[in-house]
Write a protein that binds this ligand. Sequence first.
Ligand code: FE
Length: 214
Amino acid sequence: MDAKAMYRLSYGLFVLTARGDGSGVSDNGCIINTAQQVTTDPNQITIAVNKANYTHDLIMKNRQFNVSILSEAAGFDLFTRFGFQTGREHDKFAGFEGNFERSKNGIVYVTSGTNAFISADVVSTVDLGTHTLFISRVSDMDVLDEKTPSATYAYYQSNIKPRQQAPKKSAKTKTVWRCRICGYIYEGDELPADFICPVCKHGASDFERVEIEA
Ligand code: FE
């Protein structure tokens, strides 16, 4: 069995946004790769969201969200802003003025580095253990950029994520575990099977063994 088969599935990338619950930030968002249309009549989409994400809890409470579809114009800073910090401690929209708007449901959507957005109301949820699957009905949507293709996960890996420097030939090196998603480094011979990346929340299967400069 070759677990890399999973990398052959194609995914899009999205900023998932929800409104605050009054106890913290007024708006929050995170990056997901799990939005898809599942029926056209009625028009329904599903999203799967890691329970560790603050956005997950907000959608559980408010039952509404927006999905902004990331395009090939998205920079790595968008991923850093929405994917590699938590809305429990940071207002992810602070200093982001001019790059988002509010749709009819009152929830923000991202207008830069995206090519469309979809608003949806949660119809039902399925508990998947680490994640919740939200089955949702589309309430509004619009195209934001006619020309730029949507960013696939493969496009992110090869074009948006900064290239990791290979160690110089002469340099002293050490072998570490590196998160394929965000680049976080875990030092140690064995990566625990239940390890969760502290930065992007992906699991041990998204880590690879690499040599870096010591
Ligand atoms: Fe990571």
